[in-house]
Design a protein around this ligand. Sequence first.
Ligand code: GAR
Length: 198
Amino acid sequence: MKIAIFASGNGSNFEAIAQAVEKQDIQAEIAVLFCDQKSAFVLERAAKYQVPTVSFSPKDFSSKVDYENEIKRMMHGFDVELIVLAGYMRIVGLTLLEAFPKKIINLHPSLLPSFPGLHGIQDAFDYGVKVSGITIHYIDEGVDTGPIIAQVPTEITAEDTLESLEEKIHQLEHYWYPKVLGEIIQKESYSYVKKSVN
Ligand code: GAR
């Protein structure tokens, strides 16, 4: 199966997924990394794994629909079947959602529906919750809403700082996101083979 990864910044989750693909823990090919920030570090990581990259920003287009139509065209060009958001800091619009129904997966650094948005880790820390974690979910038109696939909690202790919580969350993400994606892709490929045989 060909997948695309969308990212906006550092790309540590991109790298965790790329390593799992290399080890064949994820039975997929990363057909393309799409990045909406032309100088993001994730682009360097992709080069290291010889993953093709495409980068453009909504600012290059007159509307979000035009921006997403270009992404859609590019996804079809790379034969992408599944889109994996890994630190893609934008709300996906209807143009892409309708083109990839239940085929766009997101990772969020809190236990949704608590602390959606751009600062999930900081918001959970500032609120003083004693448990936070990560959520892997299909996206819909809301902000960090959509059917939940998996959640993994972590305790926030009195000794934790924002930095130590960030570290805990990233460790969970790097272990669980590739693992859950591997399982989803295996199931999807299986049902695809079954459908083609029937
Ligand atoms: C990750 O913590 C991810 O959960 C978060 O951005 C970070 C990206 O890190 N995503 C969101 O907050 C989405 N709302 P990375 O660039 O090192 O993979």
